[in-house]
Design a protein around this ligand. Structure first.
Ligand code: NAD
Length: 506
């Protein structure tokens, strides 16, 4: 009997009512119950604190089934032309666009971010699938002439079964950023979402199926560290693409190394945003807000170390604080809300703890940094806080050195370009960076000298599926998005052709 798609069951999802009994694993083209309900972990609705469902983790047997299902589908899918694969992906993008609002609502329920942002996220996911659908037919090797009329050519071939492991802050986007290029290049994927945001990856799997990908090509296994580690160790897995924290990324790399598997690591950051006194101040203020408060500050590439040239610090702070205080926190489903709930109670406590620690170390709270209780009684148990601006920060404070992953901006003055570059680069992270200035030469000089995988000039967080994204230093290895990602989901075969006789030395 065919299953009713999960998104139909969750149609027009709203806060405070969802209870999910459906299994959230997906392989061989269907949702599958985990073998044992033991060790199930509750999945919460961040805006209310309610339990949405219990999530039993997949064990060795289930992981093996998912990987084998992927491998069988890979053998068929990899034989299709790029044009054929692209056509199926385009259909998936079309279906997703048609259901964009419904999917966004599920993301709000499971993640706590605002519907406005969630719609933008699903739109980005649609664009990602479209972009890689377009790339699929363009995959090609090179023709290389050699002496005596001989030649060689290269073939771009898929890797096989790729594993994707995702974080909870952009549940659907991350699943798409990994699966769309993987599938476009002819691979199969087993994806493990974060156990805190497990739902939309299953919706993606059902959309791929409906669009025509073979059963088993894209699979979802649920679970936490143990399930993730089973995936990383599985001998039939060729590659692991991981998004998450630096400590987990290191473990993933170690596990993958045992099987000499390729890895892409998209890890955390503590990115600098440098604001020179010759900037367009209003844009710089707006940029600083975009750099800190999207998705409740739970964005890997956020520019949370804000360096402001001393002469304009007072005006900058006045404007930033005014606008931060005006951010509407609360019901994430409402159109006017600009900040929803953090992902979990422990995450909220951790972020509030960072604010307290910053105060102890001498920082001044200019606004926010407190738990926030919305007036709607159904949201009383939600994980809300007021967005926070910290002044009087120093480079050696915990709030400036560590990734907080919450709505907390740390502001520091600087005097010269040379000094600020040295301070901005004095970190083990290197995910992103930003600079505001009207001086074109300075903007590009600063971009060149910042040790980070991305530099935004005169804006922030303007990421796009068409440009490569990935970290320097401990923020990661490899790229997602843009044409660059092809390198990370294919391997290059060299074919050398002799046109004459063999000149043997023997
Ligand atoms: P996390 O490292 O705790 O978990 C990430 C994923 O890894 C989850 O699916 C988790 O279940 C899994 N996992 C945990 N232990 C594992 C193990 N031993 N083996 C295999 N898998 C394991 O990170 P998180 O709290 O979910 O996400 C927040 C972090 O992710 C932040 O540091 C953030 O900066 C980072 N992030 C980075 C990017 C990027 O593109 N660079 C994007 C989003 C989030």
């Amino acid at each position: 009997m065919s299953q009713q798609p999960l998104l139909q069951l969750l149609h027009n999802a709203s806060l405070g009512s969802l209870e999910l009994k459906e299994p959230l694993n997906f392989w061989c083209g269907a949702r599958v119950q985990a073998r044992s309900a033991g060790n199930a972990e509750p999945v919460y609705e961040p805006a209310t604190g309610r339990v949405l469902c219990d999530l039993p983790p997949c064990g060795a047997e289930e992981v093996d089934q998912a990987v084998r299902s992927a491998h069988a589908a890979y053998l068929k899918w990899s034989r299709l032309s790029g044009m054929e694969r692209g056509r199926v992906l385009l259909e998936a993008a079309r279906i997703m666009r048609e259901r964009l609002v419904d999917i966004a609502k599920v993301e709000v329920v499971n993640n706590g971010k605002t519907l406005t942002e969630a719609k933008g996220n699903i739109h980005m996911a649609v664009q990602g699938i479209e972009y890689f659908a377009g790339i699929a037919p363009t995959l090609a090797g090179q023709h290389i002439q050699m002496p005596g009329g001989c030649f060689a050519y290269t073939r771009r071939e898929p890797l096989g079964v790729c594993v994707g492991i995702g974080a909870w802050n952009f549940p659907l986007v991350l699943a798409v950023m990994k699966s769309a290029p993987a599938l476009a290049c002819g691979n199969a994927m087993v994806y493990k979402p974060s156990p805190m945001a497990p739902i939309t990856a299953v919706i993606l799997a059902e959309i791929y199926k409906e669009a025509g990908v073979p059963d088993g090509l894209f699979n979802v296994v649920q679970g936490g560290a143990e399930t993730g580690s089973l995936l990383c160790h599985h001998p039939m897995v060729a590659k692991v693409s991981f998004t998450g924290s630096v400590p987990t990324g290191k473990k993933v790399m170690e596990m993958a190394a045992k099987g000499v598997k390729q890895v892409t690591l998209e890890l955390g950051g503590k990115s600098p945003l440098i604001i020179f006194k010759d900037c367009e101040l209003e844009n710089a203020v707006k940029g600083a807000l975009m750099a800190n408060f999207l998705t409740q500050g739970q964005v890997c590439c956020n520019g949370t170390r804000v360096y402001v040239q001393r002469d304009i610090l007072p005006q900058f702070l006045e404007e930033v604080v005014k606008r931060t205080k005006a951010i509407a926190v609360g019901d994430p489903m409402l159109d006017g809300t600009r900040m929803g709930a953090l992902i979990s109670r422990p995450q909220l406590d951790k972020v509030l703890g960072f604010v307290k620690e910053a105060q102890k170390q001498g920082a001044r709270v200019l606004c926010g940094g407190e738990p926030f209780v919305p007036s709607d009684p159904k949201l009383k148990g939600g994980y809300f806080m007021s967005p926070c601006v910290l002044d009087n920060c120093r480079d050696d404070m915990t709030c400036v050195k560590e990734e907080i992953f919450g709505p907390v901006m740390s502001v520091m003055p600087f005097d010269t370009e040379e000094e600020v570059l040295q301070r901005a680069n004095n970190t083990t992270f290197g995910l992103a960076s930003g600079v505001f200035t009207r001086d074109v030469a300075r903007a590009h000089r600063v971009a060149e000298n910042l040790q980070a995988g991305t530099c935004f000039i005169n804006n922030y967080n303007t990421n796009s599926v068409v440009v490569p994204f990935g970290g320097y230093k401990m923020s990661g290895i490899g790229k997602e998005n843009g044409q660059a990602v092809i390198e990370y989901y294919t391997q290059l075969k060299t074919v050398v052709v002799e046109m004459g006789d063999v000149q043997s030395l023997f």
